[in-house]
Design a protein around this ligand. Structure first.
Ligand code: GLA
Length: 712
């Protein structure tokens, strides 16, 4: 039973109860005025069950009561030693900050709680939004300078979250590197602090701003899981602390490393949104909540956004060697296969024949495209495909007209080296003139050439993050203003060109987070397109992110690791997300074309289920010789099961598959690609499918099939 109101307030005890379908979250204002956490877990319906925050007492002169009080948003002041939510330095050097409740406002699913320092007008508004249907809460904070003098923010977090008291918790998080993104880590939480972060200026491949904590007993489909994701594409930080008093707390927001954000009187700063949820249904249920939430509440267009088209991208076929005739020939072949979006990658502009020159000069290369892009775009459109273009707007090669004209536009410290990575430097997007230049370039491309889709790349991390023109004390606003301006450019482009779609790429998965996802339609999870590696990367990508946005290409073999897998195995891997083809079609045989055409047609049939369905990760490539993922359509009329066997041993049969999410009483038509299924009955009941299971006939290495269950 859910309460009629998602946000309830008890005036007598000053307690707030926020409830979703899957979770409740409660806090209250303590007698001393500090908001304190009370509860986060399975749904509650009765606010009167919740006590007011209990008075606490110092344990010793080393264990003050503040160390036992789970403050919703602790300032750094008084005897507080954990990660603060806010730390400031006033102009006179005074750094003490103690935040107390002033007032609150409830408006439907939104709650705002105003806090203020106990002495002066350092003001904080805590924002809470409840998404009742998705089991998710959004928190952020606005810090405002109500003083007559400036102060500098040194740490601004979006939220502190507390788990129920106890120990035995386990932390799950995603880490990685270029071509090995989204590796999973699952480890016990012990006393001390674990830091997940980026100091690289972008989200980074090394850690992803997502976490899950379970009670130590959770598995894929069972158990209590608390999870969260930060919507920020710059320097971010999530800390997981276990205190000496068996309290686990998670704090996240702007990375406080090298952070210094001055606020003039009257100015304010809002932190990124930190989304979090709880489920009693294991890691799989946590992912499904996030997927649905992302599709309907985060992605541009939400539930109304179109299904992702089948894409062809020229990069792995031609690298920088693009020209009109070559691209047209590839487009002809891609259209024959059934591709719906043709994307020309790097190499079409300026003096760009390799990665040493041309970045920044966003005019069409006259040797490669003497007639401009229009003939190619018309040709692509004539074949029934949309046209997309690769851009890397935030970057510049020193060997470019842009850098020669504006050497001061890059991040730099005067008189210090400018470290090049991939022969390129980062443009300082925090500067208003640079921001306007980049907007102008992209707006012109979108206007003149009617570009439907930008593959927006970002191929290096920041270094020497200087902004000399900002003036003393303002230089480090860069960490925030860069990202805000990036978001602003994307938002304005989308507003002016409503049909425009954007893919976020950063050398693969270097910029995947809920902040960029509010502005892009899909992401490139990894430059690693080798199918067996991809199965692992994709599996853990889906811990946090919906398969709808997971661009997945079929490319040529041998690929990374020198590995060769059959074309069908590569297709069935890529068909589990937003399918793309990145192969050199000029080298394909007629048989390859026949296989691809058949599988692309199959993909289009199952695409709504794959892109908008519920994902069940039935068997992991990490623990089984067969990877099995099932997608169930929202109306439960179709289920699609992908089974990919990477290495049979000892002549064993592939493990039986037990689908989930079906209707026991319903009958399902059963169809297996290439007939690779032991069960030959054309129809089976949901009960039989889920409880007796299915047996796929997969042999040898890299054998795969797809099973389609259509409700009769
Ligand atoms: C990055 C991207 C690739 C490709 C190249 C082009 O590496 O991840 O997909 O676009 O840049 O230079």
């Amino acid at each position: 039973m859910l309460p009629a109101q998602p946000i309830q307030y008890s005036e007598s005890r000053k307690v707030f109860l926020l409830t979703t379908r899957d979770s409740s979250y409660a806090f209250g204002v303590a007698a001393d005025g500090a908001p304190r956490h009370l509860y986060w877990g399975a749904p509650l319906w009765r606010i009167d069950d919740l006590p007011a925050p209990a008075p606490r007492h110092d344990i010793s002169s080393f264990d003050p009561r503040q160390m036992l009080e789970n403050e919703e948003f602790p300032g750094w002041g008084g005897p507080r030693y954990y990660e603060p939510a806010l730390k400031i330095t006033r102009q006179d050097g005074n750094r003490d900050l103690v935040l107390h409740y002033v007032s609150h406002r409830i408006d439907g699913n939104n709650l705002e709680v105003a806090l203020k320092d106990i002495r002066d007008d350092v003001e904080v508004t805590l924002h809470y939004r409840v998404y009742p249907d998705y089991g998710i809460l959004r928190r952020s904070a606005t810090i405002r300078n109500g003083l007559a003098q400036p102060f500098t923010i040194e740490s601004a977090q979006s939220a502190a979250w507390y788990l129920p008291p106890g120990d035995g918790y386990q932390l799950t998080y995603l880490s990685g590197r270029w071509v090995a993104e989204q590796q999973i880590n699952h480890e016990p939480i012990h006393e001390g602090e674990k830091v997940l972060e980026s100091r690289k200026g972008h989200t980074s491949h090394n850690f992803n701003p997502w976490f899950a904590i379970d009670d130590g007993n959770a598995s894929e489909e069972h158990g209590r899981v608390w999870f969260g994701a930060l919507a920020w594409s710059g320097n971010w930080r999530i800390t997981v602390e276990q205190t000496p008093y068996q309290q686990v707390r998670v704090t996240g927001g702007f990375n406080s490393f090298d952070f210094a954000y001055p606020l003039q009187p009257g100015e304010s700063l809002e932190t990124p949104a930190f989304y979090a949820g709880f489920t009693g249904g294991g890691f799989g249920a946590a992912s499904r909540l996030l997927h649905c939430f992302e599709r309907e509440q985060i992605l541009p267009g939400g539930a109304q956004s179109r299904l992702r088209p089948v894409l062809y991208n020229s990069w792995e076929a031609t690298t920088f060697h693009v020209d009109e005739a070559g691209q047209m020939a590839l487009a002809d072949k891609a259209a024959r296969l059934g591709a719906e979006l043709f994307v020309m990658d790097d190499g079409w502009f300026g003096a760009r024949s390799n990665d040493h020159a041309g970045l920044g000069d966003w005019y069409v290369n006259p040797q490669k495209f003497p007639r401009g892009l229009k003939p190619l775009i018309d040709h692509v459109n004539g074949l029934g495909m949309d046209f997309g273009l690769w851009v890397e707007p935030e970057m510049v090669n020193p060997n470019s007209d842009l850098y020669r004209n504006h050497p001061d536009w890059v991040l730099h410290f005067p008189g210090r080296p400018e470290s090049e990575l991939r022969n390129q430097l980062v443009l300082n997007l925090a500067r208003p003139d640079v921001k306007e230049y980049i907007f102008g370039v992209l707006d012109k491309l979108a206007t003149d050439d009617h570009i439907r889709y930008f593959k927006w790349d970002m191929n290096r991390s920041f270094s020497e993050p200087g902004w000399p023109e900002a003036g003393p004390g303002n230089e480090r606003k860069l960490w925030v203003d860069y990202v805000r301006n990036l978001y602003d450019i994307m938002d304005r482009l989308r507003a002016r060109h409503p049909r425009l779609e954007i893919e976020s790429c950063s050398g693969g998965g270097g910029r995947v987070d809920l902040g960029i996802l509010q502005r892009v339609d899909e992401v490139w999870p990894s430059d690693n397109t080798e199918a067996f590696d991809r199965l692992r990367i994709q599996e853990r990508f889906t811990e946090a992110y919906t398969p709808k946005i997971m661009s997945a290409w079929v490319t040529d073999v041998p690929n990374m690791n020198g590995r060769s897998t059959p074309l069908e195995f590569r297709f069935l891997t890529a068909m589990q997300g937003a399918l793309g083809i990145g192969a050199n079609l000029n080298k394909w045989t007629e048989q390859d074309f026949a296989t691809a055409t058949r599988l692309i047609a199959l993909y289009k049939r199952i695409r709504p289920t794959v892109q908008t369905g519920d994902l069940y990760r039935l068997a992991s490539p990490r623990t089984a010789d067969t990877t099995v993922n099932e997608y169930v359509s929202p109306d439960a009329k179709q289920a699609v099961i992908f089974a990919l066997r990477h290495s049979q041993q000892y002549n064993t049969a592939a493990p039986a598959i037990f689908p989930r999410g079906l209707d026991e009483r319903a009958m399902y038509g059963v169809e297996a690609l290439d007939g690779k299924l032991a069960e030959k009955q054309p129809q089976l009941s949901g009960a039989y499918l889920m409880h007796a299971g299915l047996n796929v006939l997969l042999r040898g290495d890299y054998d795969a099939t797809a099973i389609i269950l259509d409700r009769q």
